[in-house]
Design a protein around this ligand. Structure first.
Ligand code: PMP
Ligand code: GLN
Length: 405
């Protein structure tokens, strides 16, 4: 996708740690969507708001109200205490995961900064980081920033679940050179949810290694079949797990960039060392409203999950009727289809680059999530986001029907 190259002048060559890093696929596809007024089923952001009271509180924390003193200045280094307490209470009640809000939580600028600070703080230059592929695009880029080596383990295609962990390949990938394993469940872009058996298997490999585990759990509340099991709750794993999550996908506030890291103090301190010089702290006025939502918005979460499940069903049905092969998924905002049965002869890249203009809909090629984009397993796979409002979903389906029907 040459359109995504970030131009640079011959006078100033980029540092090796960013050389070859293109504009993200999400920026490219969303820009094309805007340009062609397409229904954006590409970038994973919802186009409707989260809990109303949470939004109202954020406004009050900026402007003040009879009950809220405004706070538009730096938050404490580790984040506002009410948010840290709410994160700890949520993890304890939901997963029986016990985290000390004083010493084991750091509020970050989204999960993205949490990931970057964790890798920069804990991964030694030249060491290896194991990921499951397809893999969220930030992981390879962040590993490169840390001048470490990515060691992707391909997920296997599976009739029933869509994709499955290749246990033998995973065990082989974790060696003495492995400093970290990045897990992501529910998983972007496949939508798979790692079950207890796979997690236990991963833990058994981890026990025989020196690696730490960084788990990205940003879709923890968005599971349609199955349950979320935080890796840090497995026997002996709390000591070596960095747990990351974020308000973005939990409460429909991707623009608030409010995330967090939970880890034991020995792991957290190097992460703080990196984070404090990336951003120092995150935006203050959003932190207490997110604390409110973690404590009070379970009903909203249940109903949002039910809405998403229905939208996923509607989109799957429509795509299937049009001849796309829908690959099963259990969570997140996303489903993947194979476009090969349409017989257009296109790769997913070609398809997704022309879709906004020719069909008025956007989607993301799964090739953006792999290290070998030309491999036949992914060449024709396309990811669709179903987290969009009813009007956007209906418009997208109608346009897909009139083009491919
Ligand atoms: N991890 C995954 C798997 C994601 O899909 C995203 C996008 N929400 C992020 C991390 C980044 O989250 P945030 O917007 O909180 O930085
Ligand atoms: N996580 C979102 C997705 O997968 C995108 C976030 C971003 O644009 N960085 O669509």
């Amino acid at each position: 996708m040459s359109e995504r190259r970030l131009p640079h002048s011959p006078l100033f060559s980029p540092a090796r740690r960013v050389a070859g890093t293109d504009e993200t696929i999400f920026s490219t596809i969303t820009a094309l969507s805007v340009q062609h007024d397409a229904a954006n089923l590409g970038q994973g952001f919802p186009d409707e708001d989260g809990p109303e009271e949470m939004l109202r509180l954020a406004a009050e924390h900026i402007t003040g109200s009879p009950t809220v003193v405004p706070n538009n200045q730096y938050a404490p280094g580790r984040g506002q205490m009410d948010l840290r307490k709410a994160i700890a209470a949520d993890r304890a009640s939901r997963y029986n995961q016990h985290i000390d809000p004083d010493s084991e939580i750091l509020v970050t600028v989204g999960a993205t900064e949490a990931l970057a600070a964790s890798v920069l703080g804990l991964v030694e230059r030249g060491s290896e980081v194991v990921t499951l592929e397809p893999t969220y695009d930030a992981y390879p880029a962040i590993v490169k920033l840390a001048e470490a080596q990515l060691r992707p383990v391909r997920l296997l295609r599976n009739e029933e679940l869509g994709w499955a962990l290749d246990r033998a390949a995973f065990a082989e990938a974790v060696t003495n050179d492995t400093s970290a394993i990045i897990l992501n469940s529910p998983h972007n872009p496949t939508g798979i949810v790692l079950g207890r058996d796979d997690l236990e298997f991963i833990a058994s490999v981890v026990r025989g290694s020196r690696a730490i585990v960084i788990t990205d759990e940003v879709y923890e509340r968005l599971i349609f079949n199955g349950e979320h099991i935080p890796f840090g709750t497995l026997d002996g794993m709390a000591e070596r797990t960095v747990t990351i999550s974020s308000a973005a996908k939990t409460f429909n506030v991707t623009g608030w960039k409010t995330g967090w890291v939970c880890a034991q103090p020995d792991l957290l301190h190097p992460i703080i060392a990196a984070k404090q010089f990336l951003s120092y702290v995150g935006a203050t006025p959003f932190q207490s409203p997110v604390a409110w939502a973690l404590t009070n918005a379970d009903d909203w979460s249940h109903s949002w999950r039910a809405t998403l499940a229905q939208r996923k069903k509607d989109l799957s049905t429509a795509l299937e009727e049009l001849g796309f092969r829908v690959i099963p998924s259990q969570g997140t905002y996303f489903l993947i289809t194979d476009i090969a049965p349409l017989n257009t002869g296109e790769s997913a890249d070609e398809f997704c680059m022309r879709l906004p203009e020719t069909v008025g809909v956007s989607a993301i090629p799964v090739t953006a999530f792999v290290t070998s984009p030309h491999s036949p397993e992914v060449r024709t796979l396309v990811r669709w986001a179903f987290c969009k409002n009813p009007e956007t979903m209906a418009r997208a389906i109608e346009r897909l029907r009139s083009h491919f029907g």
